[in-house]
Design a protein around this ligand. Sequence first.
Ligand SMILES: CC(C)(COP(=O)(O)OP(=O)(O)OC[C@H]1O[C@@H](n2cnc3c(N)ncnc32)[C@H](O)[C@@H]1OP(=O)(O)O)[C@@H](O)C(=O)NCCC(=O)NCCS
Length: 154
Amino acid sequence: MRIREATAADAALLFEWRNDPSVRERSFDDKPLDWHAHVRWLDGCLSDPNRLLCIAMEDDRPIGVFRLDRLSEGTVVISIALAASERGKGAGPRMLRLAAAECQSRFGSVTIEARIKGDNLYSQKAFAKAGYRLETCIMTLQLAREFDDRSFDG
Ligand SMILES: CC(C)(COP(=O)(O)OP(=O)(O)OC[C@H]1O[C@@H](n2cnc3c(N)ncnc32)[C@H](O)[C@@H]1OP(=O)(O)O)[C@@H](O)C(=O)NCCC(=O)NCCS
């Protein structure tokens, strides 16, 4: 596997991957994406010095994507997705190791943070295999528009 920086020519491929229902469902923003908004998002990513978007290639085939977002001097947030046909074969942890090396050469000795939904066990396992450790657990409570104390039922 090797990685390369994404370009504007990857717009359609990235649109397909980002709009995959199983990726949307595991994302913190689960609404389907609109093509024009996606192209604006990609342009913004490519011109932002605090962001790096890379495609992982296996035998010259694109198989996945990762994005690094530098939030502060010391913290970078990572997001990843593999093409559906490539999941469950260890490509995720391999891509994560390449992403960490790229992150170090770009941003130095930062901490990389992965924000993963609590029920995304595949992803948690893949990050653990690449050396990530669980540090913080965020619990959420979604309140209805109208207050309803059944929200508190345990
Ligand atoms: C999350 C993701 C990057 C993990 O990469 P991966 O290459 O599939 O990871 P692995 O092959 O190491 O699999 C991790 C674990 O999940 C299991 N798994 C992954 N996909 C699976 C599938 N489709 N069916 C059954 N098990 C699966 C693996 O068996 C493995 O479990 P094990 O450690 O007990 O053997 C990839 O599955 C993906 O892109 N998913 C959709 C998008 C997503 O969830 N992104 C992350 C948001 S934080």
